[in-house]
Write a protein that binds this ligand. Structure first.
Ligand code: HEM
Length: 164
């Protein structure tokens, strides 16, 4: 487990992947009482309000003109020294794990698990998709790829892993 915190580029790649392909694509809440959204939109008791992380991850107004590009660098603090400090991104801009009092309780554990699994596998194996076709993203409540993603797994040369 030691060293996972230092894998900042990997964390940035995970955040960027989930920006474009959020595991929870949309989520709804029902108002118990009349309420107002922060922009004063009225919500009546019984109304259903849905937030849409997939759409929000692709909004130019939130992510800029290059929103469609997979660019892990966007997760690093911009400064002249090209720092390797990760940005603190507001969960209301990036609600992949929800935001506010009902934020995902397993968020940090999820990052530990994803980092650990990706780092342990990629250190030893090369993974390549079998097909060059773009996988079909199935945006159900939790997203998956239609038919899964078939990959070729190849053991990396041992000398390379020993020196890395
Ligand atoms: C990439 C992985 C994960 C994603 C994207 C994710 C996402 C979410 C989202 C969007 C919610 C809010 C659901 C709602 O309000 O309707 C949520 C809630 C929750 N998640 Fe996760 N989650 C992940 C992993 C985990 C893990 C690993 C755990 C436990 C170890 C966990 C435990 C919980 C719990 C207990 C809640 C309910 C919190 C509450 O309602 O107060 N999650 N998660």
């Amino acid at each position: 487990m030691e060293g996972l915190e230092d894998m900042k580029l990997l964390k940035a790649c995970l955040c960027e992947s989930m920006r474009l392909y959020p595991p929870v694509v949309w989520d709804s809440k029902h108002a118990v009482v009349d309420d107002l959204l922060p922009d004063n939109t009225p919500v009546r008791a019984g109304d259903r309000v849905t937030y849409f992380p997939y759409g929000m991850g692709r909004m130019e107004g939130l992510w800029g003109e290059d929103w469609f590009e997979f660019r892990p660098e966007r997760w690093f603090v911009d400064n002249e020294e090209k720092s390797c400090e990760l940005k603190r991104v507001c969960p209301y801009k990036y609600p992949i794990f929800q935001a506010g009092p009902r934020v995902c309780l397993g968020k940090e554990m999820a990052f530990v698990q994803m980092t650990y699994v990706v780092a342990s596998i990629l250190r030893r194996f090369e993974i390549r998709p079998v097909s060059q076709k773009r996988p079909v993203y199935v945006p159900l409540l939790t997203a998956h790829m239609a038919g899964g993603l078939n990959v070729v797994v190849k053991r990396r040369c041992q000398n390379k892993t020993e020196t890395s």
